[in-house]
Design a protein around this ligand. Structure first.
Ligand SMILES: Cc1cc2nc3c(=O)[nH]c(=O)nc-3n(C[C@H](O)[C@H](O)[C@H](O)COP(=O)(O)O)c2cc1C
Length: 275
């Protein structure tokens, strides 16, 4: 495994500090510095006790005001899994992932507590959805990090929200409970690679937001292209082939097409107010 310093230098292009030897001694932090998603798995099940342990560790993560507005739903039923696989078949690695779970945002429990205590709920506005989403994201990340320490490979799945209503019906989700993301996981077939991140000069701000990032991002495009050029350019029919195709162009082309434009409607239909 690379040292933290080597991994951060590689990931960000340049990490201008030395790393405290106590941090370098931590296998967890070295793993975090070098981590990456996994989309290819060995055909070998993960014991249920291990999955439950990882879920318990993930649910130990911080939660806004201790409201605990997030849950994990592990899919074990073959018929449900097959239906999910069919819905998400566009991503061919998903049906091959040995295990699949869904992280849920859950604002329902809070509302139940109000019903059970007879104390009125005075926060029926956007924050209810936002807080549950953030709590869900934190649990997703914590599960991934714990699973990676256990030697598993994982990849989150936002495309599950392309079928938010059908997935919610399939999983019996009541109002005010919604899928934040799926997660495919299992024993990895090989090592993951370090995906280059935007330089810290663009994403680590001090005191005031730094808006002057265009050059920094262009340099990132060039560096990333030199290390891992995109294998395929998106939407060549609409935008043609670009000589200098990098992260910026890939992300701009990705979001030149509407994606989940009906998600707000779905969230609204689950009982959330978006204002
Ligand atoms: C919330 C979330 C949703 C994601 N959804 C998908 C997905 O639907 N399909 C997929 O292949 N990867 C998905 N990913 C994985 C990202 O593409 C991946 O994390 C990103 O490219 C950075 O790679 P790295 O994690 O190896 O550094 C998702 C990641 C996150 C955090």
């Amino acid at each position: 495994m690379r040292s933290i310093k080597e991994a951060l230098d590689h990931r960000y292009g340049d990490f201008p500090h030395s790393v405290d030897p106590r941090l370098e001694a931590s296998e967890f932090l070295r793993g975090l510095a070098s981590r990456g998603v996994c989309r290819r798995f060995r055909d070998e099940p993960v014991p249920r006790e291990l999955i439950d342990t990882l879920a318990a560790l993930a649910l130990a993560a911080p939660s806004k005001s201790d409201l605990q507005q997030r849950d994990i739903l592990i899919i074990e039923d073959v018929a449900i899994r097959n239906r999910i696989n069919t819905l998400l078949a566009d991503q061919d690695w998903i049906p091959k992932a040995p295990h699949f779970l869904v992280v849920l945002g859950n604002n329902r429990r809070q509302r139940q507590v109000h019903n059970w205590t007879g104390i009125p709920f005075a926060n029926d506005h956007l924050d209810a959805f936002f807080n549950a989403s953030v709590d869900g994201g934190i649990v997703l990340s914590s599960f991934v990090l714990a699973a990676e320490v256990a030697g598993l490979g994982c990849c989150p799945v936002s495309v599950i929200r392309n079928h938010a209503q059908e997935v919610s019906d399939l999983l019996g989700l009541p109002d005010h409970v919604f899928p934040v993301a799926g997660l495919g996981f299992g024993w990895p077939q090989g090592p993951s690679y370090i995906s280059l991140r935007l330089p810290l000069a663009a994403t680590l701000h001090r005191d005031r937001y730094n808006e002057s990032t265009r050059e920094i991002i262009s340099a990132y495009d060039r560096r990333r292209n030199g290390v891992f050029p995109y294998r395929q350019q998106r939407n060549v029919a609409r935008f043609g082939t670009s000589e200098s195709y990098g992260w910026s162009e890939d992300k701009a082309r990705q979001y030149a097409e509407p994606e989940r434009a009906d998600f707000g409607q779905f969230v609204n239909a689950r009982g959330f107010k978006l204002k």
